[in-house]
Design a protein around this ligand. Structure first.
Ligand SMILES: [Zn+2]
Length: 150
């Protein structure tokens, strides 16, 4: 007896069913409309993206950074995020650096390193990691200095 197997191309996926990509109809200010589709990693709400100029659209996902308590004369200290950012894409940008996924990294609040490629982002990560290793050395030096300090 032969069991007919479904054509793999038409068979439903055996992977867990995930809700499909987010799509919506966007009115373009210069005329027409377009169906937009979020990449899987996009967490933007697109609350204000029902209409706009074609190249206004961005997809992205924010990532937080650690909060360092920075001296503040009025409040004693204030939490300040460092190394936060966003993976981003401007799908209709004429700038080839922006029209593919890239990183906007905020080394500290209100300062940004724009449009980092994977290689550029890796370079920043390596720099920060190397500095953290150096800070471990400084920490050991501090502990020793305090023991010796009398
Ligand atoms: Zn999106």
């Amino acid at each position: 007896m032969t069991t007919l197997l479904p054509d793999p191309a038409s068979a439903p996926s055996q992977l867990p069913v995930k809700s499909g990509p987010r799509t919506w109809l966007r009115r373009i200010n210069s005329g027409g409309q377009i169906v937009e589709t979020c990449p899987a990693w996009c967490t933007d709400t697109h609350r204000n993206d029902d209409s706009g100029y074609l190249d206004d659209l961005q997809h992205g996902a924010q990532f937080n950074g650690p909060q360092l308590h920075i001296f503040d004369a009025e409040h004693g200290s204030l939490p300040m995020p460092v190394l936060a950012g966003r993976i981003n894409v401007d799908p209709y940008s004429s700038d080839p650096r922006r029209s593919v996924p890239h990183i906007h990294l905020e080394p500290f609040q209100d300062e940004v390193m724009e449009c980092l490629t994977p290689d550029e982002f890796a370079e920043v990560i390596a720099q920060v990691r190397a500095h953290c290793d150096r800070l471990e050395d400084v920490h050991a030096q501090l502990v020793k200095a305090r023991v010796e300090y009398r």
